[in-house]
Design a binder for this molecule. Structure first.
Ligand code: SF4
Length: 95
């Protein structure tokens, strides 16, 4: 995971239904992202969908957990084993 939700989260829930990987859930205090499911939206969108809808900009790249495109796509394939990803799959690394 390289996307995280910071303490500025206001628990609005806008992000949860936007995630293509069902990586977001309501935590004890704020919404949280499952690092085993987040792909930074690689394979599905060219921008992180949670960050795009967050009204307080609290979905951010985790500076302590940067990941390259290849492992993120590999994770997308694990999360969606039946999905065929085209060669020109969407990715924030390809903008
Ligand atoms: Fe889900 Fe994309 Fe946000 Fe990761 S960056 S939690 S895959 S919406």
């Amino acid at each position: 995971m390289a996307t995280m939700i910071t303490e500025e989260c206001i628990n609005c829930g806008a992000c949860e239904p936007e995630c293509p990987n069902e990586a977001i859930s309501e935590g004890e205090d704020i919404f949280i992202i499952d690092p085993d499911r987040c792909t930074e939206c690689v394979g599905h969108f060219d921008t992180e969908q949670c960050a795009a809808v967050c009204p307080v900009n609290c979905c951010v790249t985790d500076p302590n957990n940067e990941e390259a495109e290849a492992p993120l796509l590999a994770r997308a394939k694990v999360v969606h084993p039946l999905k065929i990803f085209p060669a020109d799959y969407p990715s924030r690394f390809r903008q």
